[in-house]
Write a protein that binds this ligand. Structure first.
Ligand SMILES: [Zn+2]
Length: 158
């Protein structure tokens, strides 16, 4: 009789987690109108300071928002954060409130804020950070045009 091969018990499948801090980014888009205007200043100051961006009849941008999250990949998923979850968060907290809106008049968290790209990234940070489900918010970057953009690395960043 042939000898039975000695079978070792099947090894349980394993995955090999890799160590390291990674930054992942989700990009979303929205279109919105705004006006750069400081109501505490006179018309002449506003025109001189903001030029065509002070147009009282508004103008718009096709905004591109990039939100980056920093962390270590989860050993079970390999994800820092599920980018689908991050997208859902951004759609709910930013896009749903800003898309096809007037940023000066229609967005609750921008009330009395001059909606420059600089102010928008700070305001967006405070909407996004408390809602993150994994990782740490690393950067909020907003393109007003392909050539003009602002980045914010958080209130504690230098
Ligand atoms: Zn503008």
């Amino acid at each position: 009789m042939p000898k039975k091969a000695v079978q070792s018990p099947a090894a349980a499948p394993v995955v090999r987690p890799l160590q390291g801090t990674v930054i992942v980014t989700r990009q979303v888009h929205f279109n919105a109108a705004h006006r750069l205007h400081n109501p505490a200043k006179g018309a002449q100051w506003n025109t001189a300071t903001f030029g065509p961006c002070n147009n009282p009849r508004w103008h718009g941008h096709n905004y591109v928002l990039e939100v980056s999250v920093r962390g270590r990949p989860d050993p079970e998923t390999g994800y820092v954060i599920d980018l689908g979850d991050l997208n859902a968060l951004l759609q709910e907290s930013i896009v749903a409130k800003c898309d096809h809106r007037n940023l000066n008049e229609e967005v609750d968290f921008l009330r009395d804020v001059i909606p420059s790209a600089e102010n928008l990234v700070i305001a967006f940070w405070h909407q996004i950070a408390p809602r993150l489900t994994a990782g740490m918010l690393h950067c909020v970057k907003l393109y007003e045009t392909p050539r003009n953009f602002a980045e914010f690395y958080g209130p504690d960043a230098a």
